[in-house]
Design a protein around this ligand. Structure first.
Ligand SMILES: C[S@@+](CC[C@H](N)C(=O)[O-])C[C@H]1O[C@@H](n2cnc3c(N)ncnc32)[C@H](O)[C@@H]1O
Length: 475
């Protein structure tokens, strides 16, 4: 008997007491309950792991590294599904995937990090890198005062609205996700027909494996979070992927290589470093899509939370929206991507596709390194003094008309305008455009401010290009 496992009800997580002794599962003798109701409720998950049940073999399959990864988890599933601390999941091999809670979770909620814990499945090196951040975990960022509410929105289900006016760059809400796991699924066990399995059979087998894993992750949550995960929208009820996978596919926010690069460790393989993860949130996953979104969700690694920021000024009592797809592709292509979410987008851009598509196609991103655009202009005396400012301002007008302030080129053009004003020695224009550029920059990197903070100092004279255009002309 594991004394930790035997000390609490595995469904409601209440501790046992001298006058309320816990009953053990007669079959596996490793799950404990305070009463029949909890045992019945827990059986939905427990049956997958309970010794003697056919769903999952408790023997480790003897196959490749990848199979051992999930195989180990399956063999340990009865424990992993129930033990919310991370102590058992310390990776022996950093390339082996682990099921774990970040930050560490404890049965006694008073010991848990404020902001909650995330149930994760990822390679061990990611866990090491996350926990290795100095001062981890940073508190989950918060908005100046409550700024949102969840409401029923006719035709779209639940959605989010503002409760007060917001300015570009304002943090609206942040939360640790319920779960995080890789988007791409590598089969861990052979499909039923082995080498003869068709592509479709492999896909379905992959869904089965992922559903099993999600069962473990969801079982580790406290009852409130479990219920919250299960209550989220599911637009994949009819393609055989399983209910928990359906919720993941409908509600996941991406968390990609650029996020990992900030805390990268050399121990990660190249393939792992390029891993894209998906995180499902209790509140933020209720936000609907718009092709001209007024908000953006980004990942803040120090607090391990997703942060929602306003990408332009938003009046009170307005629906908050984010983008579910690439926004520069034509409307018809966007509708194809959005079909997997089970809706047809009727936003302004999709309602007049010919006008909007032409304008979006005309938006030219500036150099990904904005200083380069300014340097090229400085080197070329044949270009007009207002060449760079005018070009980027024209682009900003189009970007704003199309509502694409969330895209990287919006902040890049805003940065170019500010740097060009510095090169022209125009102090007021520099300060004004700097403010806008920094607000747009914080949309993708809340709290960090992004690269532009270093490039656009508060004192105009300290800007790298200050007066350079004027001096070049005087020579
Ligand atoms: C991530 S959830 C968003 C929250 C969801 N409305 C709910 O009730 O939980 C995605 C689902 O919301 C709905 N949805 C999101 N944006 C929509 C839109 N622009 N028009 C219609 N339905 C939308 C679709 O059903 C989609 O599958």
């Amino acid at each position: 008997m594991d004394p930790v496992l035997a000390s609490f009800c595995h469904e409601c997580r209440e501790p046992g007491s001298p006058d309320k002794s816990l009953k053990v599962c007669a079959s596996c003798k490793s799950a404990y309950y305070c009463g029949k109701a909890c045992q019945k409720q827990h059986w939905k998950t427990h049956k997958l792991f309970c010794k003697g049940q056919s769903g999952v073999s408790r023997n480790k399959p003897e196959v490749t590294e990848a199979i051992q990864t999930l195989g180990t988890a399956i063999a340990d599933a009865a424990m992993l599904a129930m033990v919310p601390t991370d102590a058992r999941a310390r990776p022996r091999d950093l390339n082996q995937s682990v099921i774990t809670s970040i930050p560490a979770a404890f049965f006694d909620d008073r010991l848990n990090a404020p902001g909650g814990v995330v149930e994760c499945y990822f390679p061990g090196w990611m866990k090491e890198a996350i926990l290795g951040q100095p001062g981890f975990p940073h508190p989950v960022p918060s908005s100046a005062s409550s700024a949102h509410k969840l409401v029923d929105i006719p035709g779209t289900g639940i959605g989010m609205r503002t409760t007060r006016p917001l300015a570009v760059g304002d943090i609206i809400y942040a939360e640790r996700p319920l779960i995080i796991l890789p988007v791409k699924w590598r089969l861990s066990t052979p499909p039923p027909n082995g080498n003869r399995a068709t592509y479709e059979e492999c896909v379905q087998h992959g869904w089965k494996e992922r559903e099993l894993l999600l069962n473990m992750l969801v079982a580790r949550m406290n009852p409130e979070k479990r219920a919250a995960y299960r209550a989220l929208a599911n637009s994949h009820k009819h393609d055989g992927c399983g209910p928990l996978s359906g919720v993941l596919r409908t509600n996941g926010f991406g968390l990609g290589p650029s996020d990992w690069q900030k805390i990268i460790l050399n121990i990660a393989s190249r393939e792992d470093r390029e891993t894209t993860m998906s995180g499902v949130c209790e509140v933020l996953s209720r936000i609907n899509h718009n092709c001209s979104p007024n908000a953006n969700v980004s990942f803040h690694m120090p607090s391990f939370s997703f942060v929602l920021t306003a990408v332009r000024d938003i009046p009170a009592d307005t629906e908050i929206t984010v983008a579910y797809c690439d926004l520069q592709i034509p409307a018809a292509a966007r509708q194809q991507t959005l079909a997997s979410y089970g809706f047809v987008c009727t936003c302004k851009a999709c309602s007049s596709p010919s006008i909007s598509d032409a304008r979006r196609a005309a938006i030219l991103p500036t150099d990904p390194i904005p200083q380069e655009a300014v340097r090229k202009w400085l080197r070329d005396a044949t270009l007009a003094d207002d060449y760079v400012v005018k070009k980027s301002q024209d682009m900003m007008r189009l970007i704003e008309e199309e509502g694409l302030e969330s895209e990287w080129y919006a902040r890049a053009h805003a940065g170019v305008i500010a740097m060009a004003y510095a090169a022209l020695g125009q102090r007021q224009n520099y300060l004004q455009s700097r403010k806008k550029a920094l607000a747009l920059s914080s949309v993708s990197l809340p709290l960090g401010g992004g690269r532009l903070v270093k490039l656009l100092p508060e004192v105009p004279e300290k800007q790298e290009f200050w007066m350079k255009r004027l001096r070049a002309k005087a020579q």
